[in-house]
Design a protein around this ligand. Structure first.
Ligand code: HBI
Ligand code: FE
Length: 288
């Protein structure tokens, strides 16, 4: 079980699970870990991440290196789109998570991976949450999308359809690609915060790459322990926002309840296929 997942608010935390960041408590080694990851990813992402992400990176360039001090970060992010980052111990319950998003607060795990975990860890640490998510929150259209998503998440709880809506988050916010400059660019936080997946998601012939379709995404299961077997491609953030704000989710949840889920490597006749993947990566990783 992940070490930072609690089943009730930590001692001293509010009912919203937030805790003080206590920036002064981070050690030199923890700041060094952030700096190593930050330098590595910012060298790799130009030409790979979308323009909105690369522009948003500026909000993270603070007066001191190392793990961002939210007192300074939130002044800059707040000026850009009214979003704030709040510290939490780790994963928080879905309803708490959605309520924060609906109020333009992004929750960030208040720990950073160990030096021997540089390339991968399953839980969202401060590097994934802040380096991965914050630059996109500085983009006005995406900032609106994330608030709309939070409000939709709270509504989905009433339909018992959180699992379907979580797939929308997963295949856009965490692992989304966008068409840009005649090619594909990264915007998913799970991708841009990972060196391996920043390469794999664009360069590998293993995964499928499909045109974004809301119902298709919400039918498609995902894996949390390896690179994705499918990436969905949006045309623009305005399109993604429109799909979320203009859809009446009640009949969509009804329809989804009667349709079978799809495996991550599924291909349907009416899919817009940009890449028909070999699934070689998943096959080689399959348990013996
Ligand atoms: N908690 N800290 C944290 N970070 C997340 O990304 C997160 C969460 N709780 C729930 C959650 N995500 C999921 O419900 C979403 O992926 C839909
Ligand atoms: Fe995330």
């Amino acid at each position: 079980m992940a070490e930072h997942v609690l089943d009730s608010p930590p001692p001293g935390a509010g009912a919203d699970w937030t805790i003080p960041q206590d920036w002064e408590a981070f050690t030199a080694e923890e700041h060094d870990t952030w700096n190593i990851l930050f330098e590595r990813q910012t060298a790799l992402l130009p030409g790979r991440a979308c323009e909105a992400y690369l522009r948003g990176l500026d909000v993270l360039r603070l007066s001191r290196p190392g793990i961002p001090d939210y007192r300074e970060l939130n002044a800059r992010l707040g000026d850009a789109t009214g979003w704030q980052v709040v510290a939490v111990p780790g994963l928080v319950p879905d309803d708490v998570f959605f309520d924060h998003l609906a109020n333009r607060r992004f929750v960030a795990g208040n720990f950073i991976r160990r030096p021997d975990q540089l390339d991968y860890l399953q839980e969202p640490d401060v590097f994934h949450d802040v380096f991965g998510h914050v630059p996109m929150l500085a983009d006005p259209v995406f900032a609106d999308y994330m608030e709309a998503y939070g409000k939709g998440g709270l509504r989905s709880l009433g339909f018992g359809s959180l699992d379907k809506l979580a797939r929308l988050y997963w295949y856009t916010v965490e692992f989304g690609l966008v068409r840009e400059a005649g090619g594909l660019r990264l915007f998913g936080s799970g991708i841009v915060s990972s060196r391996g997946e920043s390469l794999f998601a664009l360069d590998s012939d293993s995964p499928n790459r499909l045109g974004f379709d809301l119902e298709r995404v919400m039918r498609t299961r995902y894996r949390i322990d390896d690179y994705q077997q499918v990436y969905f491609v949006i045309d623009s953030f305005a399109d993604l926002l429109a799909a979320t704000v203009e859809t009446d989710f009640a009949p969509l949840y009804e329809r989804l309840a009667s349709l079978p889920d799809l495996a991550p490597d599924a291909l349907l006749d009416d899919d817009e296929v940009l890449t028909r993947g070999t699934q070689a990566h998943a096959t080689e990783r399959a348990p013996a």
